[in-house]
Design a protein around this ligand. Sequence first.
Ligand code: XIL
Length: 662
Amino acid sequence: MVLKRGFTEFLSFTLSCAMFFSMLTSVKLPVLADDTEIINLVNNGDMESGTDWWYAQRADEKCSIESVSDEKHGGEYSLKVTGRSAGWNGAAQNLVDSFAQKPVAGREYYAAAWVMFKGEDAPDEVEFKLTLKTTNNNKDFEYDNIATKVVNKGEWTLLEGIKRIPGNALVDKDVHIYVETAESKNFVDYYLDDVVFIPLGDEEINYEFDPELTPLRSIWDEYFPLGIAVRPDQVESEIYSEYIKHHYSGLVAENCMKPEAIQPTEGNFTFEDADKVANFAKDNNLTLRMHTLLWHSQIPDWFFEDPDDPTKPATRELLLERLKTHIDTIMEHFHSIGVQIDTYDVVNEVISDGEGLRDSKWKQIVGDADEDGYEDDYILAAFRYAFQKANDLGDNNVKFCINDYSIESNAQKLETMYKLVERILEVAKEEDISKDRIVVGFQMHINMYGPSIGQIRKSLEKFDGMGVKVQVTELDVSIYKSGDEPAKAPTDEILLQQAKTYKDLFDVFKDLAEKGLLDSVTLWGGDDRSSWLNDFPITNRGDYPLLFDKNLKAKPAYIALTNPDELPVYRQTINAAKGTPDLGEKVDQLWYTISFTDIDQTVFNDVITPAGVKLMWDEDNLYILSQINDTTLNDNDCLEIFLDTDLDNSGEFKHFYSYQIQ
Ligand code: XIL
């Protein structure tokens, strides 16, 4: 067996990594015995079958590959790469056609390749790289370095590393592995042999779904249907489908009802995956959100192209006609198979993060068709088509949603949304659709540091009194403050803080549902393994934003929504700056150098009072500046401060003073 030598090294490599991983994520690495057959996704990885399955990356740049026997790492043959004219030229293989196993998005692999170069003209050493190339949902190529190593002339050298295929990779399309060099001139010929790409043990998905757990729906159904976003394979999986039925009362398809999935080429409607989700919802009495009729992303290019010349844009008339056909066909389809859609996401993410509407092809091509000074014609058209079709079909309960992100945090965006909803309501009136069938969808991709609960409540309440409903459509609570934060492990403390965020959020949701404003809440995924945030906004960073972990084990966030009293007390910490502020009538300028720490708290009757505090200290005093935003003045209003003077880190308050400030 030619791979034997590399294989032994693989063993020691995995073992030395094992400790590192168990600390971080408790990944179980495979225990491989000598007789274990390894699963290698590389076809003809030992190069004993000539050049089969391999190709020259950029043959158009004169690079070529051949099977040779003058040099080899093992067996009789190796692959020789010649004619390279750029660093990225090299031998490559697309693993999507692997005999051994299909590549899996989000799964970790051990990858290795042996390389060698020689020749009088060649430099003494060259830096080699092993690279993984995939395409993501936006059809962009993504290049991931697996290993980089300086190779000495004439020495067979192992390039190896562990890599996760990005969770959003289109694994039916591109999962290429290839060897390149880092030089900028003298692109050496090289030999390649014994290439492996082996799945790591972690992904033996080990679901620990516990049917004894309190169903989330037993708590929340009283207020609103709680749903999750799913993939078709999840509703088909025995365990996962049980898990869904146990906890949730609503569903949305994460990707398979998007334009690119439903109408990949013009007139070719593909409902197979969509129907798996739709029928599962129907058979199990779950409410179903349809996501989404119009979007700028995950939509095929043909929508916007002139059919006779794809380099030219489609006309306004043609684009609107295509939009109408798309909407009509989908609505007719679900009606005809007897699936009741609760809410259609008619348009998704049409508002800009700055001013006005998003600059998309929809907006560019349709523009201000009726010349009323607004460029929202494609949005209003989408709603009108959907209203008319629902009326035609007699679907008198279906709701229509305008869905967007960051409206809970970006006041300008929220304002644009408000104005747009007013205009949608005019169309609704014309088409005889009642206001309460219009929904403002808050995607609510937030993180555990913000926005504050108070701000979220205020943003949702913006639509109170307008007659419309609001829905939380894609909730997840990232553990990262921003895209800049490096990967981190989900410590108990982090998960507890996240649980507190979930608890506070759901208190608000409950309140707004009781007031008749909030209509449903949907989480963007059922477990941390499936979350899109593992790869967004940073590929491969990993995130832990949902209620259940990778193996469906309940997280503290789940407990916060079922039995919150069981959770340990969440302790928030604030840093005190050193300084001596003036305690006059006016707030000392010194305070301005510190920012408020939010201490949003639920007080009497679930009323949430947004408050912030700042602290300073000097040798004699601790100074506290607080700001409480409460609209009603009450006799009971006070700020209570407890000071524990016996700090032994036990976490218990032993001696404390309590101060009340009226
Ligand atoms: C995301 C999916 O979760 C990913 O699997 C996919 O790669 C990209 O789209 N806002 C939306 C959703 O409206 O459709 C997006 O879903 C997440 C952001």
